[in-house]
Design a protein around this ligand. Structure first.
Ligand code: PRP
Ligand code: MN
Ligand code: MG
Length: 182
C-alpha cells in the first residue's frame, strides 16, 4: 500500500460508487430544475471535488460560485456562529441556488449558510451533500434535498474531507486509522 493508504482503515465508498451516486443526484437535479436557471454554490474547501464531479454530471447549463466560511473563534463549531471568509461573486436575488457540500456533520455550517443566503432574496435555496453524519441526519432543522451517502460517526477523510488539511486528494472516502491521530 502507498503511504497515504496505510493511514486508512475501512474504505466506505470508492470513487466509482461516489461518481455513480453523483450521476443519480444530477439526474434528479436536472428534473427538479427543468426550465429554471441554476447556480450551484460550493463551500470551500471540502466541496471542491463534489462540485467538479456533480457539475460535470449535469448535461445542462449551470453556473458555479464559491463561498468560504469558518466558525467563529477557535475550538469547536458548537457555537454555530459562522463568519464569511469569501463571499459569493454573484447576486443571488431571484435565483435558484443549490448549495453543494462534501459532508454535513453537526449541520451548524449549513443551517447558518441557508439562512444567510435566504436573506438575500433568492428564488430558492436547497442543499446537496455527498455525505452526511448521523447527528445531522437525526436533528438538522434545515431539510437537505439531495444526500449521497450516510456515513458512520467515525473520523472520515478523502474526496475533499480533510484531517489537518491532508487526505482531501484521496479518491475514496475512508476512516482514518487511529495510529494517525493518537
Ligand atoms: C467541514 C465540511 C463541512 C463542515 C461540516 O468543513 O467540509 O463544510 O465541516 O461540519 P458541520 O456540519 O458540523 O458544520 P471545514 O470547516 O472543516 O472546512 P474545509 O471544508 O475547508 O475542510
Ligand atoms: Mn467544508
Ligand atoms: Mg475541514
Amino acid at each position: 500500500a502507498s503511504d497515504i493508504e496505510k493511514d486508512l482503515s475501512t474504505i466506505h465508498y470508492t470513487e466509482d460508487q461516489i461518481l455513480a451516486k453523483l450521476r443519480e443526484l444530477a439526474g434528479r437535479i436536472e428534473q427538479d430544475y427543468e426550465g429554471k436557471d441554476l447556480l450551484i454554490v460550493g463551500v470551500l474547501k471540502g466541496a471542491v471535488m463534489v462540485m467538479a464531479d456533480l457539475a460535470r454530471s449535469l448535461s445542462r447549463h449551470v453556473e458555479m460560485d464559491w463561498m468560504a466560511v469558518s466558525s467563529y473563534g477557535s475550538g469547536t463549531k458548537s457555537s454555530g456562529v459562522v463568519r464569511i471568509l469569501k463571499d459569493l461573486d454573484t447576486d443571488i436575488s431571484g435565483r435558484h441556488v443549490l448549495i453543494v457540500e462534501d459532508i454535513i456533520d453537526t449541520g451548524l455550517t449549513l443551517t447558518w449558510l441557508v439562512s444567510n443566503l435566504q436573506s438575500r432574496g433568492p428564488a430558492s435555496v436547497e442543499i446537496c451533500t455527498a455525505f452526511r453524519k448521523p447527528d445531522a441526519a437525526a436533528k438538522m432543522a434545515v431539510p437537505v434535498k439531495y444526500v449521497g451517502f450516510d456515513l458512520p460517526d467515525e473520523f472520515v477523510v478523502g474526496y475533499g474531507l480533510d484531517y489537518a488539511e491532508k487526505y482531501r486528494n484521496l479518491r475514496c472516502v475512508a476512516t482514518l486509522a487511529p495510529h494517525v491521530y493518537s
